[in-house]
Write a protein that binds this ligand. Structure first.
Ligand SMILES: *Cc1c(COP(=O)(O)O)cnc(C)c1O
Ligand SMILES: [Zn+2]
Length: 415
């Protein structure tokens, strides 16, 4: 059972039937899923959610798919970890890490793709496709395999090995495009006009993007049904960022949490920070740039939801933070050495933003802060190759003692 009512235009409000469409024919605004919240409020409660599966599907009443005979790869309900060690370092007493790198293909993209794949099955598509910055390719490939769909994933050719192989293994057709993500996306838009393919983040985007809401629902439930005081979220297109905000407000409107006083802080790397740039220029108009960043999962120079992300920052009195490229790997290491969590480059961007906000006194010590780790470090090994520094030794006692002593002499911690 799904409570989806229609699609509607976020700009002019015009309503559309539920179909694999994503732009308004009249004003070219993006389409959004409309729900029957009156009906939802009659069936949903904390108890009904808690009786559901330990996955993102416990929030199915708030998702745009029925899924009765759909697929569930066990995505979601990922750990929310109290980060005591890192918190102490930054002077934060209530710092939490939402570790979404434990999903089936090791990133939060499994959430959006789970919704999109089930919607593609409902619409009767036979081909599942995407324009990817990396993690999406893996998620689409795995879900396509599980659903028995033909799968085609498009990505910039300079992608990390871990992300290419992490998609290839599922038997998808890989399309490595000589160009940026924005060029890949343009190609995919053209293809989706001319082929009956379900591009999860193009023609299925209104449904797909709703999957990100489950991250916000989970955090609120895991905090004991309350919204955090602050969320720090990495942004590429800006969609995830806006959907976490939407999810918290839905919970409030449905009476599942009391209030939302959450500041939404958006994090981008120096080499691809068009949303931060607009925030600093005090405009809602994002000027496209050509990305050049170590955080390839965030390398979108023309972010589709940039405007709405800026609105979310304004509505929530949040911030936008730009992170120096060299701090990305350093902060991946910092999180690993303090909390035992190995995140990818996007996570490094978030930790660096968190540190910057804490140092500048923008975050106060008592705030309940959630930093979102959206992907797994094993997929971006290129970024941290310099970290490996073993004690090289011959296999005898004296050699080892000597080698250890000289190694101790040059050992450096990142903090
Ligand atoms: C895709 C991605 C994001 C950003 O998602 P948007 O919704 O496009 O802003 C963040 N982190 C990781 C690891 C990603 O793969
Ligand atoms: Zn419109």
């Amino acid at each position: 059972m799904s409570y989806i009512k229609c699609l509607y235009c976020r700009e002019c409000g015009r309503e559309y039937p539920v179909a694999p469409e994503h732009v308004c024919e009249f004003c070219f605004g993006p389409l959004e899923v409309g729900y029957d919240y009156d009906l939802i409020s009659k069936v949903i409660s904390r108890e009904s959610i808690q009786k559901g599966p330990l996955s993102m599907w416990r929030y199915q009443d708030l998702l745009p798919v029925s899924k009765e005979d759909g697929i569930d790869m066990g995505t979601g309900f990922t750990p929310l970890i109290k980060a005591e060690n890192l918190g102490k370092l930054f002077g934060l007493k209530n710092l939490y890490i939402k570790n979404d790198s434990t999903n089936p293909t090791f990133s939060f993209k499994d959430r959006v793709v789970s919704v999109a794949t089930n919607k593609a099955l409902e619409f009767g598509f036979e081909t599942l496709a995407c324009a990817s910055t990396g993690n999406l390719a893996g998620a689409v490939s795995a879900h396509g395999a599980k659903a028995g769909l033909d799968t085609k994933v498009f990505f910039p050719a300079d992608l990390e090995q871990g992300k290419i192989l992490g998609a290839a293994i599922y038997g998808a057709t890989l399309v490595a495009v000589n160009g940026t993500y924005d060029e890949v996306n343009r190609l995919c838009s053209e293809l989706s006009d001319n082929h009956r393919w379900a591009f999860v983040n193009v023609n299925l985007r209104p449904f797909y993007s709703e999957g990100s809401k489950t991250l916000g629902y989970e955090v609120a439930e895991q905090l004991g049904w309350r919204a955090p005081d602050r969320c720090i979220v990495p942004a590429a297109s800006g969609s995830l960022f806006t959907k976490i905000w939407k999810s918290l407000n839905e919970l409030k409107d449905l009476g599942l949490i009391d209030s939302v006083n959450t500041r939404m802080d958006l994090a981008q790397p120096q080499g691809c920070s068009p949303i931060v740039e607009a925030f600093e220029q005090k405009t809602f108009h994002v000027k496209p740039i050509r990305p050049e960043t170590i955080a390839k999962s965030l390398a979108i120079g023309n972010p589709a939801d940039g405007f709405y992300a800026l609105k979310t920052i304004a509505d929530s009195k949040g911030n936008a933070v730009r992170v120096p490229e060299h701090e990305v790997a350093e902060c991946i290491q910092l999180l690993a050495e303090t909390e035992g969590i190995f995140t990818e480059t996007a996570g490094g961007v978030v930790i660096s933003s968190l540190r910057s906000l804490a140092k500048r006194g923008i975050i106060s010590a008592e705030e309940v802060v959630v930093a979102f780790m959206t992907g797994n470090g094993l997929k971006t090994l290129e970024a941290i190759e310099h970290v490996a520094d073993p004690v090289f030794t011959d296999p005898d006692y004296d050699s080892f003692q000597e080698a250890l002593n000289s190694w101790n002499g040059r050992r450096q911690n990142v903090y």
